[in-house]
Write a protein of this length. Structure first.
Length: 519
């Protein structure tokens, strides 16, 4: 029961609740019991806590019942159990190391091992790093800046370090005063140094204003060919009226707004080309793209210049498993028949940077925002901002929407690049390189008149049709340019070394294997 409570508390640190301080205390009981129980008992506690955590965090996956039937619940729970297995393995290894070598395998070892675990979650079996602890700290502006030094894994390591220190303070008399001082130091140093990393955004040296259209078309319309042209016509009209009130250099439309290959549909190309010519603005939009050689399709995107001509495209490289393709389809072909909503999209061949005017951006389509290494590669290729286009209309007003937004915030801070986030059903806006968010700020009334919001509240625009013309900052400076890529690998390597050293560590006498609990 206590382990389950820890999982619930940690989930409440994430959106939509976003009580982020809970992440700093939710794991304390687990580390306390990890230091006072046998390794397999600790593994069971961590596993149960992880299973409950993911069951609450990812409850938005149950909305797939509408699209895929009751099988969605089985898939949702299998994913939660699979992710919880990482937690169980963490609990087993850390408890075993700590009880075998308590003098060195303590809180720092827990922090490194947790960072390594999150790196595995984000990498193995195509990767799914949705439950990264760093994503809970988006509104904790000082702490989240550590992502620029060591990526999301660094922020998670700091949080786990504090939880482990406090857990060991209660579990052991040994080093209690030292650990109290260390716990206070973790809070003070992480927030103090993080505050010094925050700087004002530069909007003057590389001026750019993006016009965002949060179209909010339901999926039933998207799948109906009768509405394909109408959705494009409607969005072009709203974009045109936005440009009449605000300066726009680049329009950005979300994923799955253009539901037919734009480069093969003259009617659709005329609609978007007319918008570009009339507003003298470029346009970046999601679209399908046909592969003539295989008769398949790519989940793609197109960039049009101010003349309305297609100048480049990007095909999504990292597809969503069981959403856009079936992993190991040759061996489990029955899955596609059981869950008919699964798509069969072909992956793109390479990441690409697209340029408009004097700015270049790296496109990320939906699921790709989860992967920090993709964002880092785009910056290395010359991107000075990132554009995320997504469609979370599958999940209604669930917490999937604000959770995905927090992931985009971490990408901005890691790369120190502004991130333009355009979603079909929300939340659309622009992050500066320090993770500060500016949300779309206007809509159109029933008569088609442009109506600015009095107060732009990100949580109130979900599943609403909104627009906004927002500035995009210049890239921010990086103190450790390679840090976000190196730290996760370093943490994983250190974890492996710790396990090997523990294997070689002399077995403690039986009386020393007992935990140092209070008497």
């Amino acid at each position: 029961m206590l382990a389950a409570g820890c999982g619930v508390l940690l989930a409440l640190a994430f959106p939509t609740w976003h009580w982020y301080p809970l992440a700093w205390v939710a794991l304390i009981p687990l580390f306390y019991f990890g230091a006072t129980r046998k390794p397999f008992d600790a593994a069971r506690l961590f596993f149960v806590s992880g299973w409950v955590f993911y069951s609450v965090l990812l409850q938005w996956l149950m909305s797939n019942i509408y699209w895929a039937g009751g099988w969605a619940i089985w898939g949702y729970q299998l994913l939660c159990v699979f992710m919880a297995l990482y937690w169980g393995l963490f609990g087993l290894l850390w408890t075993w190391m700590h009880q075998r070598a308590p003098k060195w395998a303590g809180a720092l070892a827990a922090a490194a091992l947790w960072a390594g675990m999150e790196s595995l979650q984000a990498t193995l079996f195509t990767g799914f790093g949705w439950g990264c602890l760093a994503h809970s700290q988006g509104t904790n502006e000082p702490l989240i800046q550590w992502a620029s030094l060591g990526g999301a894994a660094c922020v998670s390591a700091i949080i786990v370090l504090f939880n482990a220190l406090v857990g060991l303070i209660f579990a052991e008399q040994r080093l209690r005063v030292v650990r109290i001082g260390a716990a206070v130091g973790v809070i003070a140093i992480s927030h103090g140094v993080g505050s010094m990393l925050v700087q004002p955004a530069d909007y003057d040296s590389m001026p750019l204003r993006v016009g965002l259209v949060q179209a909010d078309f339901p999926l039933e319309m998207k799948w109906d060919p009768e509405y394909t042209a109408e959705m494009v016509r409607n969005s072009a009209d709203k974009s045109r009226r936005l440009a009449q009130h605000e300066q726009v250099d680049l329009f950005v439309w979300p994923e799955s707004l253009v539901m037919a290959p734009l480069d093969a549909q003259p009617e659709l190309l005329n609609l978007v080309g007319g918008l570009c010519r009339e507003s003298n603005s470029a346009l970046f939009t999601g679209s399908e793209r046909a592969n003539a050689s295989t008769e398949g399709i790519w989940n793609s995107s197109f960039l049009l210049d101010a003349s309305g001509a297609i100048v480049d495209h990007y095909d999504k490289v990292h597809l969503a498993p069981f959403g856009e393709y079936v992993p190991m389809k040759r061996y489990i072909p029955f899955v596609g028949r059981i869950v008919p909503a699964i798509g069969d999209i072909e992956p793109g061949e390479q990441l690409k940077v697209l340029c408009t005017g004097n700015r270049c951006f790296g496109p990320l389509i939906c699921f790709e925002v989860l992967f920090g290494d993709i964002a880092e590669k785009l910056r290395a290729q010359g991107a000075d901002f990132l554009v995320v286009i997504t469609n979370l209309g599958w999940f209604g007003v669930s917490n999937a929407i604000p959770q995905e937004l927090e992931i985009a915030r971490v990408r901005a801070i890691e790369t120190r690049l502004p991130v333009v986030h355009c979603a079909n059903s929300g939340i659309s806006g622009v992050f500066d390189p320090w993770g500060r968010f500016c949300v779309v700020n206007a809509t159109f009334d029933a008569q088609g008149r442009y109506v600015p919001f009095r107060v732009a509240d990100p949580n109130r625009i979900i599943m609403n049709r909104c627009v906004g013309a927002l500035p995009v900052a210049a890239p921010g400076p990086r103190l450790l340019p390679g840090g976000p890529r190196i730290f996760p690998w370093a943490a994983g390597a250190l974890s492996l070394v710790m396990v090997l050293v523990s294997l070689a560590y002399p077995q403690a006498p039986a009386r020393d294997q007992r935990v140092f609990v209070n008497r």
